[in-house]
Design a protein around this ligand. Structure first.
Ligand code: HEC
Ligand code: HEC
Ligand code: HEC
Ligand code: HEC
Ligand code: HEC
Length: 208
């Protein structure tokens, strides 16, 4: 018969068993880590497909500026019809009006957005607007191609009713399926002859 002693205790678990426990805990640890990273990535606000509406450094209301006061989109997004990017207004563009128009609240103080605007302008501090829409870099997109009369589109087809938004919100996923859904529709009146879809769907249209 074998005698048990303290020194024989480690042998209670075979080497093979030990190896398996280590492997199992490594796999478990790794999957928890991966799960957490994936969850963080998927739920991180700027990675949400729709509904992303970040706070901006100056509370800028499209509902007031583009809606109530009907300033045309192109007044501020000057290159949307001419180039790949819609473009952002410079503070000088804002000051075309706000040099004079400086609304105050009921207690006589400048509206917070106006105070922030004047502060940025006088100290020449650029405003870093948070991007609401941001396509993957490997995708080619051009605003002017979509604003051409033959395309028959409006800003609202892709951005929604910005005129009524207090804060801009991403309402479409900007995923490949979204682009293709529209490109695959039958061609409208005035589209280039001989095309069976509304817009080209070859891979190199958007991946070049
Ligand atoms: C008076 C200037 C002004 C006018 C007019 C204006 N915008 Fe903007 N727009 C801005 C500024 C400033 C921002 C950045 C801050 C923000 O997101 O609110 C912006 C942001 C946006 C964004 C989000 C950009 C991004 O980061 O993805 C969209 C989309 C947009 N505007 C569409 C429109 C449309 C459509 C119209 C017309 C209905 C319009 N804008 C009229 C100034 C203007
Ligand atoms: C074409 C003229 C025009 C331009 C350009 C313009 N605004 Fe305005 N803005 C107005 C008018 C009009 C009002 C409303 C004034 C009032 O309520 O009495 C206003 C109101 C505002 C307010 C106050 C909103 C509130 O009531 O809380 C902010 C903030 C503002 N603008 C920011 C900007 C910024 C930032 C830009 C540049 C990206 C800009 N505006 C460009 C005309 C303009
Ligand atoms: C066919 C869909 C489509 C139409 C129509 C469209 N946009 Fe866009 N817009 C996009 C996409 C996609 C992006 C993101 C581009 C990127 O990240 O490179 C974008 C980005 C923007 C931005 C952020 C700055 C930039 O250029 O990346 C602004 C501002 C904007 N659009 C305004 C407008 C305005 C104003 C109109 C109408 C004159 C308009 N868009 C029409 C799809 C569209
Ligand atoms: C709401 C409809 C719509 C959506 C959404 C849309 N497009 Fe388009 N796209 C068009 C139309 C219409 C044309 C122009 C077809 C024509 O020439 O008449 C076009 C043209 C293009 C062209 C130029 C094709 C060429 O070779 O002439 C590119 C590139 C393009 N789209 C990329 C994209 C990408 C990338 C997305 C998604 C991020 C997208 N589009 C989303 C309707 C759309
Ligand atoms: C109308 C524009 C458009 C066309 C045409 C298009 N793609 Fe894409 N593609 C996109 C956009 C936008 C994304 C980015 C999606 C994202 O950010 O997740 C993308 C992403 C991808 C990805 C990365 C994986 C993914 O799904 O995010 C692959 C791979 C891909 N495209 C392959 C193709 C192939 C192959 C074709 C031709 C059969 C094609 N694409 C045609 C717009 C287009």
């Amino acid at each position: 018969m074998r005698e048990f002693s303290v020194s024989s205790f480690p042998q209670m678990f075979t080497k093979e068993f030990d190896r398996r426990v280590h492997l199992l805990s490594a796999v478990l640890g790794l999957s928890i880590l991966m799960g957490v990273s994936f969850g963080t990535y998927a739920l991180w606000p700027s990675n949400l497909e729709t509904g992303y509406r970040p706070q901006q450094p100056i509370e800028f209301s499209h509902a007031i500026m583009a809606g109530k006061h009907e300033i045309p989109c192109g007044y501020c997004h000057t290159t949307a019809e001419k180039g790949p990017h819609a473009g952002m207004p410079t503070l000088k563009t804002c000051m075309n009006c706000h040099e004079r128009i400086q609304p105050r609240d009921s207690r006589g103080g400048l509206k917070p957005g106006i105070a922030a605007l004047l502060d940025h302008f006088s100290s020449k501090k650029p405003v870093l607007w948070e991007k609401v829409h941001d396509l993957a870099d490997f995708v080619y997109f051009d605003h002017s191609r979509h604003m051409a009369p033959s395309a028959g589109l409006d800003c609202a087809d892709c951005h929604g009713d910005v005129k009524s938004m207090e804060r801009v919100e991403r309402i479409h996923s900007l995923k490949m399926g979204w682009c293709l859904d529209c490109h695959m529709q039958p061609p409208p009146e005035g589209s280039p002859q001989g095309r069976t879809t509304r817009a080209p769907i070859g891979c190199t249209t958007c991946h070049r």
